[in-house]
Every structure is written in C-alpha cells, then in structure tokens.
Design a protein around this ligand. Structure first.
Ligand code: NAD
Length: 313
C-alpha cells in the first residue's frame, strides 16, 4: 500500500527534489504531502511535479516555527497517518559571532532545532502507537564537525543530532526508525541566500582582522569548495530515497564520500586537536585552501569510511 510522506520546506532546494522524486516513483509507492511556509511559492514545485501534482503529490501550508500551523497541517492528514516524516526545512547563518545578534542566532535554532523537534513531537506519538514509521532529519556534515564562521548553524545541527541520537534508542523499542542525512555542500538557494546575506553584511562589532579573515579568506575558499565538491539537490533526494527504501536504514548517512575524512579526523584523535589544527592550517597557513583540502581529502579517504556513505546512484 501507498506510504504517506510528509516533507517540510518544499518550495526550493532539497525538499522540492525529494518531494518530486518520491511523487514520481514509477510504482506509485508514495503519497507525498509537500509542505511549505508560504503556498504562494508553490509554482516551482508544481511545475517540477507535473502529472504527479494532484495524484501522488498534494500541497499543504506548514511553518515549522508555529505550533498552530503544525497542528493544523497534521490534523488535516487523513487519520493523522504519516508513515514517513522528512524534516528538511532549515536556514543557514554565516559570519563572525561578534556581528550576529542573539536574536538572529535564536531564529536559526527556532527553525533548525525547535522546528524539527516540534514536527517530531506532533507526529511521533502516532507512529509509536502504530509501532511503525520512519523519521528522517536533514542534518549536515556540520552536524558532526564544526566549521569556522558557521558557529551557530553548526551548533543548531549538533543540537538536533544530539536530540536524535538520544531519541533513536527508545524509538527502536517502538519499531520507529530515525535516520540523519548528512550532506556536505549542496548547490541550492541555501548557498545563494547565504552569499547574498554576506554581501549585505556590515559586521558591526567585529574587528578588522576578523572581518578580513571572513571576507577575504573564508568566503572565497568556501565558494571554491562548493564549486569543487558540491552535490546537487537531486543527489541528496536520491540518497534520501535509498535510506527510506532500505530494509535496515542506518542512523547516520553521509552523502558525499569526499567529506568522510573530516569525520575520520575527528574519530582518529580523541583530543580534538587534529581537527582544530587541520582546519586552522587550511584557513590561515596556506595560500589556497582549496588545493590543500583536495590533497588531504585524497590522502585520507579510506575505503572503510566510504562504506559509511550512502551514494546517490
Ligand atoms: P533551501 O533554502 O533551498 O531550502 C530550505 C527550505 O526550508 C526553503 O524552502 C525554506 O523556505 C524552508 N524553510 C525555512 N524556514 C522554514 C519554516 N519556518 N517553515 C517551513 N519551511 C521553512 O536550502 P536547502 O539546501 O534545500 O536546505 C534544506 C536542508 O538541507 C536544510 O535543513 C539545510 O540545513 C540542509 N543542508 C543544506 C546544505 C547545503 O549546502 N545546501 C548542506 C547540508 C545540509
């Protein structure tokens, strides 16, 4: 029988591609409830869904930051029956900590952490009762490894990983599955939106050296990394579909094998020094962060870690 899948943040990027990929499944195994904050932004999704719109894909408004919106949306689902919940909605935040207000930081946690928790709290009890269901959380490599100038975004993804790691244990008892998807860089509006933000930033409160490290060292390197290693939203959608369809889905699912060394470094040196010094050297001690990164990644990528990755193909 058809599985009901509810996805958050489907107006663009990864969420849109997951919704379309599942709705277009040849065997029509999925009934997709594609949700977004603002239904006025539905056109791109509707167009990409084609014939699936109105048959295997339906639209609903949902703001993960609003109790009422979440309750209204979920209670509108037939019998509140959701087989697969995909928590995709998220926002990024870049820049020197000195320039970011606590209110801006809280907005990131409101969406990335509390938004996901709110969805899980609303839908998990029904899954537990039915002793069935699968919760997917779109985390990031930055859910496992901190990245300079991404302090708050990284913290929000660490927070949701800690929450899920704890919850997964009791859910096992109820036959409810929980999986994290951990992409590296992905070419979406996420990256565009962040770069637009950076261009507008005035960096109040940050000293000149910090601003220079951010604007002239970090940002260009980060753009290079996106160019060299970025996956497409469709790649992430395919990885997610694989995780959903696996008979024994893994808890952690990195999507980009080029990024596994970053995690390997963390586990290779329990003092944390290796990761911090490697990132330091990448940023400050070499002319081209890109060049060095590529070399380190090539040296460190080992087959045992490749196996941890879920590939799109
Ligand atoms: P995106 O900006 O295209 O998509 C994010 C979506 O979430 C947007 O449609 C946005 O409108 C929606 N959203 C934001 N706040 C919301 C709210 N309160 N309620 C409902 N929807 C809301 O970017 P994306 O890259 O597709 O991001 C999707 C997820 O993937 C995010 O959780 C992000 O952290 C994660 N991710 C992205 C990358 C990347 O490099 N792009 C890498 C790793 C993880």
């Amino acid at each position: 029988s058809q599985k009901v899948v509810l996805i958050t943040g489907c107006s663009s990027g990864i969420g849109l591609r997951i919704a379309v990929l599942l709705a277009k499944d040849e065997q029509k195994r999925y009934y997709v409830i594609a949700t977004m904050r603002d239904l006025k932004k539905k056109d791109k999704l509707v167009q990409a869904a084609g014939d699936a719109f109105g048959t295997t894909l339906t639209l609903k408004a949902l703001d993960v930051c609003s109790d009422e919106s979440v309750r209204l949306c979920v209670s509108g689902v037939k019998d509140r029956h959701i087989d697969i919940l995909i928590n995709n909605a998220g926002v990024g935040l870049l820049g020197p900590v000195e320039s970011i207000s606590l209110d801006q930081m809280k907005t990131v946690f409101e969406t990335n952490f509390f938004g996901t928790v709110r969805m899980i709290k609303e839908i998990m009890p029904d899954m537990k009762r039915r002793r069935a269901g699968h919760i997917i959380v779109m985390s990031s490599v930055m859910g496992m490894q901190g990245v300079v100038f991404n302090d708050v975004y990284t913290a929000s993804k660490f927070a949701i990983e800690g929450f899920c790691e704890s919850l997964a244990v009791q859910l096992l008892k109820f036959n409810v599955k929980l999986s994290l998807i951990e992409p590296g860089p992905v070419h979406t509006e996420f990256e565009v939106k962040m770069m637009e933000e950076v261009a507008k930033m005035e960096f109040p409160g940050a000293d000149a050296d910090t601003v220079r490290y951010f604007k002239d060292v970090y940002v260009p390197s980060s753009i290079d990394i996106f160019e060299a290693m970025g996956q497409t939203p469709d790649d992430i959608a395919k990885c997610t579909k694989k995780v959903i369809e696996s008979s024994n889905p893994r808890f952690r699912n990195l999507t980009n094998s080029l990024y596994t060394p970053i995690v390997a470094m963390k586990y290779a040196d329990e003092t944390g020094g290796l990761s911090i010094h490697t990132f330091y050297n990448l940023l400050f001690n070499f002319g081209s962060l890109m060049h060095i990164t590529m070399n380190i990644l090539k040296c460190l990528t080992c087959s045992c870690l490749r196996r941890r990755t879920v590939s799109p193909d």
